[in-house]
Design a protein around this ligand. Structure first.
Ligand code: HEM
Length: 355
């Protein structure tokens, strides 16, 4: 196992050790049924579940159900279907089109280059804090909000973390639900619109999870030359997103009977779609020269009508972040896993320039 992969595993093993062990033990089978829950590990059944099987998009405990809790409303893309959903996607299309992303990218580069420059004078940089500032800046611009970036990102992170905890069973469930409602209320009060609140949550939490993990992997496995080279930078970013699988599990509920990998699925079954395994994140290291097929790598952004509309922005931001850090060849000096965040990631990842 490479040093990059070894360090990165800690974001799972220190936050959800039992779940990580269960998924690792069962991953050789394309699907595994445990009562009314089906674990979906295989690449094809993962894609089939998102594109062929009717899903109950608003069921409790699914991404759609959680998105409603986080944003304090309904009609927030993840939970929608049919014409309403298509209309909501069209409303986003311009902002996240190629020219829209280029506009957002300019703002993002300013943040990244300014923050990475501290490495030139021997300073240390917390890459999680950089990702917070970057994601808050870009989300504010995307949503047309005049808000301090850290305030926006902080509220989006708090709402997502509280919502994720509220869906865990246990003695603190009722307290956690109360806290989740309060955090969602704060986010909504700040942003003023449910769909915008959900977009901020989607954009901020994925960026804050993915970017520091990618920087750590480059630092540990000596990938900075590939990040600095325009000929390999985009392929490297795509491969890193694949192995990081920032949303490693997609919880869904089947809305009708069907089959996955030849096994029956019944309406109401809970599906745990394991993005990490579908995208071969667990057994194929990132390789900018011999990348896995794009159709497989793309699965980290989902598939079908709900596939992530922010994928182009996410890829561009990662290319820019790695290019900003690459000249300093940083190494990781200190890191701590965030055990409470909605997505696996670092709570703190400090880097300093090499040598
Ligand atoms: C590394 C970054 C990101 C990853 C890994 C990621 C991953 C995903 C995944 C797995 C889904 C669910 C797809 C499905 O159900 O098939 C999704 C949906 C979504 N993402 Fe992302 N995402 C990222 C960044 C972003 C960004 C930057 C934005 C906004 C600017 C964004 C906005 C959304 C929205 C609005 C949806 C819901 C789409 C729908 O239900 O129609 N994401 N994302």
């Amino acid at each position: 196992m490479t040093p990059g992969r070894r360090r990165d595993r800690a974001v799972y093993t220190r936050s959800h050790p039992a779940l990580f062990a269960l998924l690792t033990l069962t991953r050789r089978a394309a699907t595994v049924r445990i009562g009314r829950t089906v674990l979906v590990h295989g690449t094809d059944p993962y894609r089939d579940a998102l594109t062929r099987l009717p899903l109950d998009r608003a069921a409790a405990g699914t991404t759609g159900g959680i998105a409603r809790d986080v944003s304090g409303g309904e009609g927030v893309l993840f939970d929608q279907a049919g014409a309403d959903h298509r209309g909501a996607r069209r409303a986003l299309a311009d902002a996240l089109s190629a020219p829209g992303v280029e506009r957002l990218r300019r703002l993002g580069r300013e943040v990244l280059e300014r923050r990475a420059a501290a490495l030139a004078t021997g300073g240390r940089v917390d890459v999680v804090d950089v990702a917070v500032e970057l994601s808050g800046t870009v989300a504010a611009e995307l949503l047309g909000l005049d808000l301090p970036p850290r305030r926006l990102a902080g509220a989006a992170r708090a709402a997502a973390a509280a919502a994720a905890r509220a869906h865990l069973p246990g003695p603190l469930a009722s307290r956690n639900r109360h806290r989740a409602r309060a955090a969602a209320g704060e986010l909504l009060a700040l942003i003023g619109d449910e769909r915008a609140a959900m977009l901020a949550v989607a954009a901020v939490n994925t960026t804050v999870a993915a970017l520091p993990r990618a920087v750590a992997w480059c630092a540990d496995d000596g990938l900075w030359p590939q990040a600095a080279d325009p000929a390999t930078a985009a392929a490297l970013a795509g491969e890193l997103l694949r192995v990081l699988a920032p949303s490693p599990l997609l919880p869904r509920v089947a809305a009708a009977d069907g089959t996955l990998a030849g096994r029956p699925v019944r309406a109401g079954d809970r599906l745990i779609l394991v993005t990490r395994h579908a995208a071969r994140a667990h057994d194929r290291d990132p390789d900018a020269v011999a990348a896995v097929p794009a159709a497989t790598a793309q699965l980290v952004f989902g598939a079908g009508p709900h596939a992530c509309p922010g994928a182009r922005l996410a890829r561009a931001q990662l290319v820019d972040a790695l290019a900003a850090f690459a000249p300093y060849r940083p190494v990781v000096s200190r890191a701590r896993v965030d055990r409470r965040s909605a997505l696996p990631g670092w709570g703190f990842l400090e880097v300093s320039a090499c040598g």
